[in-house]
Design a binder for this molecule. Sequence first.
Ligand code: NAP
Length: 556
Amino acid sequence: MTVKTIDHTTTDKNSPRELDAVIVGAGFAGLYMLHRLRQQGLVARVFEAGDEIGGTWYWNRYPGARCDVESLEYSYQFSEELQQEWEWTERYASQPEILKYINHVADRFDLRRDIQLNTRVVQAAFNVGDARWHIATDAGDAVSAKFCIMATGCLSSTNLPNFDGITDFHGPTYHTGNWPHETIDFSGKRVGIIGTGSSAVQAIPIVADQAAHLTVFQRTPNYSVPAQNMPLDPAIQQAVKADYANVRANNSQMPFAWGARYKLPEDAALAATPAQRQNEYEERWQIGGLPFIGAYSDLLFNQAANDTAAEFIRGKIREIVQDPKVAELLSPRHVVGCKRLCADTHYYATFNRTNVRLVDISADPIERITTAGLRAKGEDFAFDCIIFATGFDAMTGSLAKIDIRGKNNLALKEKWQAGPRTYLGLGTAGFPNFFTISGPGSPSVLTNMLVSIEQHVNWIGACIEHMRRHQFVTIEPTVQAEDAWVEHVNSVADMSLFPTCNSWYLGANLPGKPRVFMPYVGYPPYVEKCNEVVAKGYDGFVLATATATKTEPCPA
Ligand code: NAP
């Protein structure tokens, strides 16, 4: 465990608790933000709740945890030396390898001296008087900063459903999003797992392999395509590295900022014959993973087109799973891609094992957790341990845990009561000098997160530099720009099939969370809009100097 120390040598010697920027979170976003601000000559400090850096890749260390974006793409591009020197070993990197990469980055760029571990930010309040954020932590720190930058991640606040008797169980319980650091050996154990999202789809085959018996409680079946993970071919790695600039540039033109190396979706599924579609889907199935959804351009926009892909996957499930009743229960009926598509290794085949049982709880919710296990569908299940693979309070959960107050003591939680309101997912009206990296209203979780994170960090860095050059003291979105953006985010989502099922994109996985589609659909038009805003002198933002407020366009 790392001992928490504040290295005041990097801060103003006369007033060591006064910083240029506070960054909350030391995952991919926080680390690059720190690096970028330091390069600009700012004094910044990262507060991180964990006892190590890594964010989502620090906490999500369940068996089988692995990225569903290929390692050669799920990596920083800000440093040519970094992307050339790092060697990935697998097509899809495992959680330990990604965490190793993150630690390498922190050491390579000497980031640790401005990161304070074991420290959770509990309050951030903007003071109009000194135009600064006043930040308090659970470790007793009280600092002030000109900028408050939330790098808190989109999937970092775990969702543990409030089951009756949740604390009654006598054995150990685990959450996939907050997994213990020691190895958990399930050998000889009777295990129950609740949930069948991406995390469970990765964990289930491995746990089933170890455990004496595994019972899977499924509320909604999920579409999963084999990841076809394999050791990374050195020739492929070399070829990508030789052409990295183009690979990255091509990906930035893709709707979700990844996958340009695969065949682009030029045609509509409905324009193809059934035989052509079958061939295309089969080819994508063999390629593996998320590129499946790129088979045709209309899959996420036309129900009939989507049905063809859905039926293809259901056909695969029927082929793989020997018991037709189990195959039917595992077959989703919603739109493919509406909940995030899963990428697996032997997921469906795991249900052919004699030590695995699938329990459909779609019509009968879990009644309660008991001392011996849990009760569902009138049956008592006895377990040695229970795994909650029940997901996250996505995109807004970790922000809601902090008491964030803007002008007039307005609480962010209150402002976002009916759903998050931002301009570009970067800032929110009434909260000057407050930035959210991959915030709601930006493409974030629909994209390769690394690409979106770097785009946001670069935008924020350039904005701060612009303010310094022109002596602006604060920046915040106008209410009008924010309202128009929120409406635009929703209308773009409504053109797609994304809002048609109960996904965490919509907040529909949590009882009581407002049902609002949070990410922005479409990376290239989003980036174009961000650039246009800058070109028009931060159009839609209010920039204020110490004496005057500037709402008209200013020099870019
Ligand atoms: P998730 O997709 O939200 O899945 C949670 C699961 O728990 C769902 O099956 C859900 O059922 C179930 N559940 C929730 N509350 C329940 C309740 N009260 N009773 C019974 N079942 C309940 O969460 P996740 O699997 O952790 O994945 C979240 C996201 O993280 C993914 O979509 C992905 O973006 C990311 N992720 C990525 C990877 C990867 O890169 N390969 C791996 C893991 C996670 P319902 O569907 O009915 O709500």
